[in-house]
Design a binder for this molecule. Structure first.
Ligand code: 13P
Ligand code: SF4
Length: 315
């Protein structure tokens, strides 16, 4: 009798598949992946893999990004219901009207968007490179940024760009963190550093010692030598890699306002299970399918991001 991990390993070899996983998935899911990363690193892996099949242990927009970049490959999603509240906060028809209402603006979209929204975009960005992508444009260039209002405001504050109009979307997980509870934890552990994802609200960003993407938070937490305790203000799946990389340090997940709701967990990411991954590899479905016209337009905006990131040495 094989374990699920052994079955996945066997199917992976048979299908010439690669498993890409995001840091917010369950620890056991991350542990069977060939590569675990943030959105930027995952999109880069998807663009360069020579596997025939990509099994995406993450949410739908990540699988779509892989398919956009590797149209000749089969991209499997273990659960098609693994969506993203932030991507859902930006419908393509409404975004098209927003773009049409602001001619002459460069459209920058966060990677947490549908393929259709990426097709309306000039340059995609992730939380790893958003500030640098904006700064790569001339200082007076008018910009439309979507869909995350918190990331957009963070970029505006860091870069000082006033000519940036931000879409009013948000992630239900990152909006839920409680400043009061984070400050209470800080009072309990005064030596702790507060590490925060830029999808969080501004008052939390303001009390943070470091703000960055999931990969940035992981790098900071493992390389920093100034303390051994960290309050981590993002989805707690990332603590799995932090604890593996720095077992002697203490990582405390930041609590949401309602401690009983579990809403600091991304319920979409947690839909990905080992059983569903094995089933997807066995049946070779469900697969990501994107209309070629949309895919080709979306690819342009993602490639622009990858080119700028490469030029700036970010990937
Ligand atoms: P990262 O790009 O930092 O991994 O973030 C992805 C995401 O969905 C955050 O909620
Ligand atoms: Fe989307 Fe938020 Fe989940 Fe990230 S944590 S995948 S932004 S719902």
């Amino acid at each position: 009798m094989m374990t699920l991990q052994e079955r996945i390993e066997q199917l992976k070899r048979e299908r010439n598949a690669v498993i890409l996983a995001h840091y917010y998935t369950e620890g056991e899911v991350q542990d069977v992946a060939d590569f675990v990363g943030d959105s930027l690193a995952l999109s880069q892996r998807a663009a360069t893999t020579d596997a025939d099949v990509i099994l995406f242990a993450g949410v739908h927009f990540m699988g779509e990004t892989a398919k956009i970049l590797s149209p000749g490959k089969t991209v499997l999603m273990p659960d098609m219901a693994a969506g993203c509240s932030l991507a859902d906060s930006c419908r393509a028809d409404e975004f098209a009207a927003f773009v049409a209402a602001h001619p002459g603006h460069t459209v920058i979209s966060y990677v947490n968007t549908t393929a259709e929204v990426k097709a309306l975009t000039d340059i995609v960005c992730t939380s790893s490179n958003a500030v640098q992508i904006v700064e790569s444009l001339p200082a007076d260039e008018p910009i439309l940024f979507g869909p995350d209002r918190n990331l957009g405001n963070y970029i505006r504050n860091v870069t000082g760009r006033e000519n940036m109009i931000v879409w009013d979307g948000a992630c239900h997980v990152h909006e839920e963190f409680s400043l009061e509870k984070i400050l209470a934890l800080k009072a309990e552990y005064p030596q702790a550093k507060i590490l925060t994802h830029p999808e969080c609200k501004r008052p939390i960003v303001l009390v943070s010692d470091y703000v960055g993407s999931t990969a940035g938070l992981l790098k900071f937490a493992t390389e920093d030598r100034s303390t051994d305790t960290y309050i981590v203000v993002t989805e707690p799946g990332v603590l799995h890699q932090m604890r593996k990389a720095a077992p002697d340090k203490r990582f405390i997940p930041a609590p949401p306002t309602d401690s009983t709701c579990g809403c600091n967990n991304c319920n979409f990411m947690k839909l990905i299970t080992l059983q569903k991954m094995a089933d997807a590899l066995e049946r070779m479905e469900p697969q990501i399918v994107i209309a070629e016209e949309v895919r080709a337009k979306a690819e342009r905006s993602i490639r622009r991001m990858l080119e700028i990131s490469q030029r700036l040495g970010l990937v």
